[in-house]
Design a protein around this ligand. Structure first.
Ligand code: SF4
Length: 477
């Protein structure tokens, strides 16, 4: 009988996503260092995934007799019986150290079984999906391709093209399982700050003054720099662009100069100004959207288009809100209408946002509703666009004592903009979780409360970009 402990040390398809993200994380998982609760956003993702799986199950049940497996042995029995579909199958190859739980095993006309998974993803090309499905094929040990029921309603197949990736994954995982010590890795701000092992790993990076702690210095660049005997932030800060060799992700004097200043800023908290900040002339309206990627159709739904027009008090906050995905088109039309009002009221209008997300979303909505030639859309996305991405003047002109240049990184920093959100826990993922609760809530009072909280968060976001504008004008123009 397979024990829990030994199952933990077997290689399973769900290790693939972690392995791609960070090999230390998978080592820590396998060695059961720590026990973490799933956060609300990831729980929502899991719940949405289960809903998708249930919908696929219902579809299969309408066509075939579906049998639920309750153990590895039961799965084998059902396969020997030749049942049409096995739900929640359990596969194991103890010799190879592989284990897998495909959502479904579907009997092929040849009598063999094909593994099938329901995935929220809209693409079968994701590396983690290729490995997961490839691993099921490896355990089943037949030539049939694996099936994926994707989040956008498509069904895709993955066959032997996944073999090289699966080989690489298995080999690397076996090495990791045999490693007595956690593997050496570099810091990655995007991955580490949301990783449950952050507290475990961070002190070591800091103690070593690891170069990958610097914004703009990729882990691979840090590895190559160490080979050239530049391994600490102090060493790097004391270098010149001429003495630093060209390494992957860090080539040319401009990038190197910026990275050196980033190292100095990391050590001293000093702010460096590369050039004078230039901001466009006009009447500024601050703009930010909240959107839900977990809709039943998997089409992102903007539930809130938020604005802060002059004179920029919290009372001036304006929002276009839609209760659910069925109002998506109306919300989009209301947004375009609001743009026309602002265009007349505040000419010339500057619609300030942070990062490319707002512009990209407008483009996607125009495509979704086939409105690329609509006059307002053409104005919003054309050469005289009022849209202004405030991340650009920051990245182009300033080096800040930060590891990431997100809006919250800059605004929350006490020595920079020093603007604090009313709800400390709020964020883009928090907003999606609250909106999901809003959708499910039947009590009118609680629903109203959830809506107010989301609106409050968005109001803080647009207030933050206003505070950032003021900070830039005051210090760097
Ligand atoms: S904190 Fe970073 S380095 Fe440590 S396990 Fe997580 S992702 Fe890997």
């Amino acid at each position: 009988m397979t024990t829990y402990k030994s199952v933990q040390r077997l290689i399973k398809p769900s290790d693939a996503a972690t392995w791609i993200s960070c090999i230390r994380r998978v080592w820590l998982d396998k060695h059961q260092i720590g026990d973490f609760e799933v956060d609300a956003f990831n729980q929502l993702l899991m719940d949405t995934g289960l809903e998708h799986e249930a919908a696929i199950l219902a579809k299969l049940q309408s066509q075939y007799a579906v049998h639920k497996a309750n153990s590895f042995d039961h799965t084998q029995e059902l396969m020997q019986q030749g049942v049409a579909v096995i739900y929640q199958a359990r596969l194991i190859n103890e010799e190879e150290g592989l284990i897998g739980y495909p959502d479904f095993l579907i009997r092929h006309e040849s009598g063999q079984y094909q593994s099938a998974d329901a995935k929220l993803s809209q693409s079968e090309h994701k590396k983690s999906i290729q490995i997961q499905l490839g691993l099921y094929r490896r355990i089943l040990d037949n030539e049939l391709p694996a099936i994926i029921f994707l989040g956008d309603g498509r069904t895709a197949i993955l066959g032997e093209e996944t073999n090289p990736l699966v080989d690489e994954f298995i080999l690397s995982m076996k090495e990791l399982l045999n490693m007595p010590q956690q593997p050496a890795v570099r810091y990655s701000h995007s991955k580490c700050r949301i990783c449950p092992y952050y507290v475990h790993c961070r002190p070591e990076f800091e103690e070593n003054e690891d170069l990958s702690l610097l914004y703009g210095v990729h882990g691979s660049a840090a590895r190559h720099l160490a080979e050239a005997n530049i391994s600490t932030i102090t060493q790097f800060a004391n270098s010149t662009a001429e003495t630093i060799p060209d390494v992957p992700y860090l080539k040319g004097p401009k990038k190197k100069h910026r990275a050196i200043l980033q190292a100095k800023s990391f050590l001293t908290s000093e702010v460096f100004q590369l050039n004078k900040v230039e901001l466009p002339e006009g009447t500024w309206v601050h703009f930010d959207i909240e959107d839900n990627p977990l809709t039943p159709s998997r089409t992102r739904h903007v539930y809130l288009w938020g604005f802060l027009p002059p004179p920029y008090n919290s009372d001036n906050f304006e929002a276009i809100w839609t209760d659910d995905e069925t109002q998506d088109y109306q919300g989009w039309l209301n947004f375009l209408e609001k743009m026309n009002v602002y265009r007349t009221q505040y000419a010339p209008l500057i619609l300030a946002h942070y990062s490319n997300h707002e512009r990209a979303t407008i483009k996607k909505y125009a495509e979704r509703y086939d409105m690329q030639s609509h006059t307002t859309v053409q104005w919003l996305l054309g050469n005289d666009s009022p849209l202004f991405d405030m991340q650009k003047p920051v990245l182009n002109n300033l080096v800040l004592p930060l590891q990431g240049y997100g809006l919250k990184d800059i605004c929350k920093h006490p020595q920079l903009v020093n603007f604090q959100w009313e709800n400390e826990e709020s964020g883009a993922q928090w907003s999606v979780v609250q909106f999901s609760r809003f959708l499910d809530e039947t009590d009118a009072h609680k629903k109203h409360q959830l809506k107010s909280e989301i609106l409050g968060y968005n109001r803080d976001d647009v207030t933050a970009t206003r505070k950032l504008e003021e900070w830039l004008r005051h210090h760097f123009m």
